[in-house]
Design a protein around this ligand. Sequence first.
Ligand code: QAP
Ligand code: CO
Length: 167
Amino acid sequence: MIREILEYPDPRLRTIAKPVDEVTDDIRTLIDDMLETMYDAQGIGLAATQINVHKQIIVMDLSEDKTEPRVFINPEVDVLDGDAQAMQEGCLSVPGFYEDVERIEHCRIRAMDRNGAAFEIEARDLLAVCIQHEMDHLNGKLFVDYLSALKRNRIRKKLEKLHKKSA
Ligand code: QAP
Ligand code: CO
């Protein structure tokens, strides 16, 4: 089922997500909904927060042909190389806006998969950037928070105007 994606500046995007204690069939259904919603919106990553579910779950697919869904439940990141890389980021919750953000270059991600099995991977480049972006969502944070107040307010006003029109 495709779910509605919350858009900035919706205050529900500021909610802190809670850890998942057990990966049940309901959680797997939620993950399937998240993947369906992400693919439908042509995204590469989505956090549960963005569909107003405040659990620590992230889905992602960085493959060219959209055949490599990834799931991260209760993710944790260890910094392996704190050097910063700047990359242009977008967000399904901030549609139409893209800006450079600096992120840690190399990290290790520890999480559970859709069967509740623990795994660990090392991440660089887009995967490292994307996991940091999505983990920010679980902590109520958005990429626009890293921009100047001027840029952020411009984006907020434009989106508020669009939301008023479609309401
Ligand atoms: C996060 O973002 C990300 O504005 C995932 O009109 C993005 O999937 C991490 C999207 C870039 C690292 C680099 C955005 C789709 C998708 C839009 C997304 C839009 C349609 C964003
Ligand atoms: Co996002």
